[in-house]
Design a protein around this ligand. Structure first.
Ligand code: SIN
Length: 275
């Protein structure tokens, strides 16, 4: 099997053709997909047909699958998160810049999202390279950030006031009031496979720098949150039914656009934890 890999933007993203993800792919092909993920940070596939079992089996080739602590999985498939926006819903899931599960002690390394039903227009997903965002900083700020860690928590996002938990008809999202911990991660992550550095702060889940107050942290976090979404670091994926995006949470942010009022969008995600 030979894969064709075509870059889709300058900073990140590549579309891969020649792989049927529902098949029991040889180890060599999985290794090529993994290498492409590490190099391009987010990879895309078209025209796939994945049952929940297929998606779980494909995801497990990259590591153990996460069972989300606040979003109930699909009936019979706890690792499969159904990301649904019904015509009557006002908010969508993932509708702000973030990377997945940095509120956990061991955050997800990757997420694999499969599109089943899409609106007639809109519903694209944006991705932003946190490698490019890191590399663009001055040597002085890089040196400062490399000495810092940050505190992450699900409390704000998954509380009753949070974006993810707002009332919707489509997804079961539990409220996390008081039920969550705080976890500390370095602000500059060194990728374990490539050795490349990336910024690792998260507008959804980062509360403050470790050892700093919230008020002290706010200006620098706001600067970084603004810097990290600069258009030149991004790519945009226009979904079709059967499309798959596989992103590396250690290197990218993503943002599910909510620009399709009154229409339905139905996706399924599996999330890969570190081994
Ligand atoms: C997410 O995983 O944050 C959702 C992304 C999307 O639905 O495009």
């Amino acid at each position: 099997m030979s894969l064709t890999i075509r870059k889709v933007a300058g900073a990140l993203g590549a579309e891969i053709s020649g792989a049927n993800l529902s098949a029991d792919l040889p180890d060599g092909v999985i290794a090529q997909i993994r290498a492409a993920l590490v190099e391009h940070q987010v990879i895309f596939f078209r025209d796939q047909s994945l049952s929940p079992e297929d998606q779980v089996a494909f995801g497990r080739r990259f590591g153990p699958l996460n069972i989300h602590p606040y979003v109930r999985g699909m009936d019979g498939y706890p690792e499969v998160m159904e990301i649904i926006k019904e015509p009557a819903d006002k908010t969508n899931f993932g509708g702000g810049w973030h990377s997945d599960t940095s509120f956990l002690e061991r955050p997800a390394i990757g997420s694999i999202l499969y599109a089943l039903e899409l609106p007639d227009w809109g519903g694209d997903t944006l991705f932003s390279s946190q490698v490019a965002a890191y590399e663009a900083l001055s040597p002085g700020l890089k040196a400062t950030l490399e000495g810092l860690s940050a505190v992450h928590s699900a409390g704000r996002e998954y509380s009753s006031q949070g974006h993810s938990a707002q009332k919707r008809t489509s997804m079961s999202v539990a409220e996390a009031e008081g039920a969550v911990g705080e976890f500390i991660h370095p602000v500059v992550l060194v990728h374990p496979e490539s050795g490349r550095k990336a910024l690792y702060v998260n507008p959804a889940f980062t509360l403050r720098f470790e050892g700093w107050t919230k008020r002290e942290s706010r200006p620098l976090l706001d600067f970084l949150f603004d810097h990290c979404r600069y258009e030149g670091y991004t790519c945009r994926f226009n979904w079709r039914p059967g499309s798959v995006a596989f992103w590396d949470n250690r290197q990218v942010w993503h943002f599910a656009l909510n620009d399709y009022p009154g229409q339905r969008r139905y996706m399924r995600r599996v999330t890969v934890d570190p081994a």
